[in-house]
Design a protein around this ligand. Structure first.
Ligand code: FDA
Length: 394
């Protein structure tokens, strides 16, 4: 039986970062993965340019049952540390809105950085390997794989979440957690478009392709000011993806179509200045005309010359423009979700090392854990931070 100091399951962002760190400590590290090539999700991320971190990364940008869990790892391996790493490897990058950093050329650059680091650290990568079973030994673990039986002192699970089954996502990480007695927080799709009930879907389908800045708010009060995109299936765009991570089935979302503006005051002044103007004409100056017409057609707003509105009706129109309420039917699910919410319960893990509290030598890192970042490079930063800290101890 071949023996290793550390075996890491999963050659994605978290697994490769952890492997290089453990390798630099002089540990003999083997990374196993059932895919043909490492880092497949990195390659398709950020539209092929990988939004690899965010300048504003911090615990506020993560959904986790324990809001304090991410603090230690994010402070010990920060976005600045990862930026230094890519700069050392000569990767050109650019900053976009909200502090998002993307490769200028290609996401392949990030995979190159990680594989180079693994190479320098003496890590062995073995792809196209199925994990058939894992069992605890008196000290360490034994793994039966499609390519033989292996043993290791430390076992790191970095098998990711359930999103994008066509890329080979599997529930192996959750199964292993349960096998070793660690609780798993129920999983569901996150950063995912909403689908609509038939009536809304049919009514709004004509708006497909329209995008506008909005503030969207989930029932829990969490809101995001970003673009909303109408699609032929429902609602998408960054505002929707962000809110989807805070949405529970059955709840409504509230949309402010004119964010950052005192709409009530604007309408009163417009009435005073040009009472003959219809509401439709006024709104079409600030919102896509087709959307305005749809809101009128659906009875969300009434159209008439502004002078015919009573103060109460005008206030009501302002309220409807800033609190347009829609009830999604569901989400598009793991087929298009960027991430999986839920996962290995962080209460069972050390926030300093990512080690299972009750199972010596067992670690969980990256998306398999109950830690989900906002859209904008936060998920990769969690992979780098959790992978880096686990690499110091595994
Ligand atoms: P990841 O899923 O990357 O890796 C897990 C590895 O384990 C894979 O190589 C897989 O083959 C392997 N594996 C799984 N099951 C196995 C089994 N049974 N046996 C052996 N191996 C197994 N985030 C961000 O911050 N910026 C961005 O730009 C984007 N963009 C983006 C686009 C799209 C389309 C998606 C779907 C996702 C993103 N994300 C993102 C999210 C980001 O990609 C994600 O959070 C990380 O890739 C998670 O990294 P992990 O290393 O945890 O798992």
């Amino acid at each position: 039986m071949a023996r290793w100091d550390v075996i890491i399951l999963g050659a994605g962002a978290a697994g490769l970062m952890c492997a290089a760190q453990a390798g630099y400590r002089g540990r003999r590290v083997l990374v196993l993965d059932n895919a043909k090539k490492p880092g497949r999700k990195i390659l398709i991320s950020g539209g092929g340019r990988c939004n690899f971190t965010n300048l504003q990364a911090g615990p506020h940008a993560y959904v986790c049952r324990n809001p304090h869990f991410t603090k230690s790892a994010l402070a010990r391996y920060t976005q600045r540390d990862f930026i230094d790493l890519v700069e050392r490897h000569g990767v050109a990058y650019e900053e976009r809105d909200h502090g998002q950093l993307f490769c200028t050329e290609s996401a392949k650059e990030i995979v190159r950085v990680l594989l180079t680091e693994c190479d320098w650290a003496g890590v062995t990568l073995q792809m196209q390997t199925e994990i058939l079973s894992v069992e605890a030994l008196e000290s360490g673990f034994a793994l039966t794989t499609s390519r033989g039986v292996l043993a290791c002192e430390s076992l790191v699970i970095a098998t990711g979440g359930l999103s994008l089954p066509k890329l080979g996502a599997t529930p192996l990480g959750y199964r292993l957690a349960e096998q070793f007695g660690l609780p798993v927080v129920a999983t569901h799709a996150g950063l995912v478009p909403f689908t609509l009930h038939t009536a809304d879907k049919e009514a709004l389908a004509e708006l497909s392709g329209i995008s506008l800045p909005v503030t969207m708010t989930a029932a829990c009060g969490q809101s995001f000011t970003e673009a909303l995109l109408f699609t032929h299936r429902g609602l998408s765009g960054p505002a929707v993806l962000q809110v989807s991570s805070y949405w529970t089935p059955g709840e409504a979302v509230v949309i402010d179509l004119l964010p950052g503006r005192d709409v009530a005051d604007w309408l009163v002044r417009a009435q005073r200045e040009n009472g003959a103007q219809e509401l439709k004409t006024l709104l079409a100056r600030e919102l896509p005309r087709r959307l305005v017409e749809k809101l009128m057609e659906q009875g969300v707003l009434l159209n008439k010359p502004l002078r015919q509105y009573t103060p109460r009706e005008l206030a009501e129109a302002a309220e409807r423009l800033t609190h347009w309420t829609l009830k999604p039917n569901g989400t598009e699910g793991y087929r298009t979700a960027e991430v999986t919410l839920g996962g290995v319960d962080t209460d069972a893990l050390s926030s300093k090392t990512m080690a299972a509290r009750e199972v010596p030598g067992l670690y969980f890192i990256g998306e398999v854990m109950d830690v989900t970042g906002w859209l904008g490079g936060f998920n990769f930063q969690w992979c780098w931070s959790s992978g880096w800290v686990a690499g110091q101890y595994a």
